[in-house]
Write a new protein. Structure first.
Length: 695
């Protein structure tokens, strides 16, 4: 059988964030070289236009799991990246349809809790949580396919909405669900659970799409793959006991009424008065297709492109479970149908569309009241300052993609006592043993942020250094056992403050390494950790062999700009003040670059040939230079991975902020850093010096 085509010719694609942009880029390839005859040349093996919907069950290939999710039907395929990207693309075309609105229900500004049923990749919940940092957002799903990083006001729960809900009655101001067709066994029961969970005056909103492709010009004939697509869903749904005829049977409205909701609104997305003329799938697939007078509207073109991209990303994934497990098709038959379907939609001779419907209603006519927001009397800007800012810059999440290694459970040099981390607002920090203080969290979320920072640097010490120099013995020290379980054989870790019987203490105390025993001492990002920088470099000088080197990399905590976009009242400017004020209270300065501590203390310790390299490191993708833009994107990803982990200790333990205040501040900071109107950077300095040969 010929390989499946993976490109959609003829598309002029709109910009989109990862992963949507990557998918659309792939679809754009071959735009100028599209040959319709080549499509016709593809094999039709296994597809004769008369596939039976009731042959004996047969399944081969990847295992299909009924509990996994998709854009159109949850009882179907896997929860892999391909399916997740299709879900994210679906989110983008719904945003285009709704003109960037995440919902149509008229929510009050003082809502406090929101529930997203069937959250999928959590992309809707993430966007809502970012737009409403005061609101607690809960997403439920039956499979953990969400990204590692989440906004601090979003929590996810693994739960089947077909079961009795465990949420307290009257506990949510808004219940949202989208693309649940084929997932719900009893829609009335689901909306009754929503009614119970909704607070008086709260809203429920359901967004569904028909599984049947239609046309207004009879361009979807009987026997076509487009027609077969809907038949698979209709009959497969019947066998699964789950309806796909959501819109035709008016299931949303009827079930809401039965559940007790009032003030029900119905919006059909094919109504000309609402969204303009009929929307085809893949509106600009072929210049030969009669598109009609509406094709000049750019937004609708983009909707069609995203819709087609979402489908083409995972045709088979939508059909495999229903067709193979329930209707007895072979995998080859599914592939053949998908090939024919792709050919028909790309041909430009057909004008298919899906009907989509949004139904929203409130529980009663009662009003929802909200509490007052807490503020802070600290010398930094109070939290009300961030609440009052109303920047609405459009930006997409840059969730980190790195895989986290689990911390080592035990080593010969550790005792179980050091794993007794202290917990602050649900985040873990280093143990309180000894005199060491460190301001950043040490849990997986923070570690992933640190790993992203590694990509920013040209020099890569630590485990990378051990790989590059297999003949060297590399020793790393830290106050928390957060290192990966596997390390190169020439690398070992010594944990400072590991136990009461340990000979190693805080790195500002006398080191236990033999004098003149180390060729290279490397340190990085110790600002806010060291009480006496002179003592630190004197210990490094003593441990270095004559002719050995010490190198220190530090970053300024202050965000700056050359064009005035980092204003004194911005969250970006406040970021540095957290560290400066917190460092003063700890007696461990964060103004390493500003006070030129690296060079001064190295020279005082006795090092010579001291070299200084200064950099301006962008935050975000605003620089024109390609390399600096990439660095800036990594910096932003590292920060977004764990805004709270960086400031939580300083803000809550030293400055008296509440967790809610920290969340509000971080939400404002995220908005500012994502805005292309701002051009923040921080200063970065590398200083290295040599111990004299005659020492």
């Amino acid at each position: 059988m010929a390989s499946e085509p993976t490109e959609t010719p003829g598309l002029t694609l709109p910009p989109a964030p990862t992963p949507a942009w990557e998918v659309l880029q792939n679809l754009q390839q071959g735009q100028e070289n599209h040959d319709p005859e080549h499509d016709d040349a593809e094999t039709d093996e296994g597809f004769d236009g008369h596939i039976s919907l009731s042959t004996e069950p047969y399944m081969e290939g990847p295992t299909i799991r009924i509990e996994y999710v998709s854009i159109l039907t949850r009882p179907r395929a896997s929860n892999d990246d391909q399916a997740s990207q299709s879900l994210d693309l679906a989110h983008h075309f719904t945003l285009l349809l709704l003109e960037d609105k995440l919902h149509l229900a008229p929510l009050k500004p003082d809502i406090r809790r929101v529930l997203d049923i069937g959250t999928g990749t959590a992309i809707w919940a993430i966007d809502f949580a970012d737009e409403h940092p005061h609101v607690e957002v809960v997403g439920t799903e039956i499979s953990p396919i969400q990204p590692t990083w989440m906004p601090s006001n979003l929590q996810l729960e693994i739960e089947d909405c077909n079961d009795t809900w465990t949420f307290q009655p009257d506990s949510f101001d808004f219940v949202h669900m989208r693309f649940m067709l084929g997932s719900i066994t009893d829609w009335t029961a689901t909306f009754r659970e929503s009614f119970t969970a909704c607070a008086p005056g709260g809203w429920v909103e359901s967004y569904e799409v028909s599984s049947t492709m239609e046309s207004d010009d009879n361009s979807i004939p009987d026997g076509s793959a487009m027609k077969r697509w809907g038949e698979v869903f209709e009959e497969g749904g019947q066998r699964a006991g789950r309806s796909f005829a959501m819109i035709r049977e008016d299931v949303q409205r009827n079930s809401m009424e039965e559940a007790g909701f009032v003030n029900i609104h119905v919006v059909d997305l094919k109504v000309i008065s609402y969204f303009g003329p009929t929307l085809w799938i893949g509106l600009t697939v072929s210049q030969q297709a009669p598109l009609g007078p509406w094709h000049t509207e750019e937004r609708l073109k983009q909707v069609g492109q995203y819709m087609q991209a979402a489908l083409e990303r995972d045709y088979e994934g939508y059909l495999l479970f229903l067709a193979c497990e329930l209707l007895g098709w072979t995998e080859d038959q599914v592939r053949a149908l998908c090939t024919q379907l792709r050919r028909e939609i790309r041909s430009g001779q057909h004008h298919p569309y899906f009907r989509q419907r949004i139904v929203y209603a409130d529980e009663t006519t009662a009003t929802v009241t909200g509490g007052d927001e807490s503020t802070t009397d600290q010398p930094l800007h109070p939290v009300t300052h961030w609440e009052q800012l109303n920047e609405q810059e459009e930006a997409d999440n840059n969730d980190a993609d790195s895989v986290i290694s689990n911390p080592a459970e035990s080593t010969a040099s550790m005792t179980s006592s050091i794993l007794s981390y202290r917990t602050i607002q649900g985040r873990t920090f280093h143990s309180e043993r000894g005199n060491a203080q460190y301001w950043a969290a040490n849990d997986e979320q923070q570690n992933e942020s640190m790993d992203i920072v590694e990509h920013i640097l040209i020099l890569k010490p630590g485990s990378d250094f051990a790989d590059q120099f297999p003949g060297a013995k590399v020793v790393g020290t830290d106050i928390s056992p957060i290192q990966p379980a596997w390390v190169p054989p020439n690398l070992e870790f010594c944990l400072t403050l590991i136990s009461s019987e340990s000979h190693i203490d805080d790195c500002t105390q006398p080191w236990t390494f033999a004098p003149d025993s180390i060729d290279f001492v490397h340190m990085r990002y110790l600002f806010g950790s060291i009480k006496d920088w002179s003592a630190l470099f004197k210990e490094a000088f003593r441990a270095c062999r004559p002719g050995g080197w010490v190198e220190s990399h530090e970053a300024s905590a202050m965000m700056e700009s050359d064009d005035g976009t980092v204003t004194d009242t911005s969250a970006m400017h406040e970021w540095g003040r957290f560290f400066i004020e917190g460092g003063k209270k700890m007696g461990q300065p964060c103004t390493i670059i500003e006070d030129d501590l690296q060079q001064k203390c190295m020279r005082e310790a006795g090092f010579e040939d001291i070299q200084i390299a200064d950099y301006k490191i962008a935050i975000g993708g605003w620089p024109k230079d390609k390399k600096m833009r990439e660095i800036g994107q990594y910096v932003l990803a590292a920060l977004e991975q764990d805004f709270e982990g960086y400031v939580l200790y300083m803000a809550s333990q030293l400055l008296g902020w509440s967790m809610q205040e920290v969340k509000v501040y971080c939400a404002q900071l995220r908005r500012e850093l994502r805005s292309t109107a701002n051009h923040p950077f921080f200063r970065y300095r590398a200083v290295y010096g040599r111990k004299p040969q005659a020492s």
